[in-house]
Design a protein around this ligand. Structure first.
Ligand code: PGA
Length: 253
């Protein structure tokens, strides 16, 4: 794992955006794995700025998002399809139809998950997978005790995950209980993985993921087994890392 500790959260987002942009410059037809959540808003903001400055194009890219809520159609304002349009897709030059998310409105969630997994395989798997990190260590919506070999499937969300995401839903409306998520095995097939975590609320999960044992208790810890995983952190998220000084020494920039 490469651990990059940046001076603050905007600098972490900027570094993550630069890594994605560099991949697209080197490989314009890259298959990107994309994520949602508060952390990604800053990353996408930087990518949009790079695009507007003529420094990155998505015209040849394909994308697959990690997850979608079961029961929410793509035009629902709380769906991840809607989030992605608002935070990224409406502002860049990605081709219509090149951006994929699980269909939350599909009548059979198991069948939809199988279709989505097959679509990722048919695209040749993900070249660069962007990940956030849950306070409980989840990647995608792979909650604690998810099989480390899992593929795309419906998952029941932990109470803490739904509480963290309730801020994005109108007052009195709770996030759905079930989401379709890429599996941990799906994520591990990506050729490169880029996890971004900022803020003190992530410090415990970051420490477990980087320095704890590989365990389904903290699903992100499986990235210790990935040949090319980079974590971009701010100092608050890195605060509980025992070896922070070592990571700063080997990657000062
Ligand atoms: P956040 O979500 O960026 O909103 O903290 C991350 C996640 O749960 O994966």
């Amino acid at each position: 794992m490469k651990i990059l500790i940046r001076p603050d959260a905007p600098a972490a987002a900027a570094r993550a955006a630069e890594i994605i942009a560099a991949r697209l410059r080197a490989q314009p037809g890259a298959v990107l794995g994309l994520a949602t959540g508060g952390t990604m808003e800053a990353v996408y903001g930087r990518l949009i700025a790079l695009h507007r400055a003529g420094q990155v194009s998505f015209a040849g890219a394909t994308s697959f998002n990690l997850d979608e809520y079961v029961g929410l159609a793509g035009d629902h304002p709380c769906s991840y399809r809607h989030y992605m349009a608002e935070k990224l897709f409406d502002h860049i030059d990605m081709r219509a139809g090149a951006a994929h998310l699980p269909r939350g409105e599909a009548p059979d969630a198991d069948a939809e998950a199988a279709r989505y997994e097959a679509a990722i395989v048919a695209a040749g798997d993900i070249d660069l997978q962007l990940l956030g990190l849950g306070q409980n260590g989840h990647i995608g919506f792979n909650e604690p005790t998810s099989s480390l070999a899992s593929v795309t499937r419906p998952k029941t969300l932990e109470r803490s995950t739904r509480a963290a995401n309730s801020q994005y839903f109108p007052d009195g409306i709770e996030p759905p209980r079930i989401a379709i998520t890429m599996g941990i095995g799906t994520i591990m097939r990506a050729r490169e993985v880029l996890l971004v975590a900022t803020g003190a609320a992530k410090a415990r999960a970051v420490a477990q993921v980087v320095e704890g044992p590989v365990s389904a208790r903290w699903p992100g810890s499986v990235l210790q087994m990935h040949p090319r995983a980079t974590l971009v952190l701010d100092p608050a998220a890195a605060a509980e890392l025992e070896l922070a000084e070592y990571y700063r020494d080997i990657h000062p920039d």
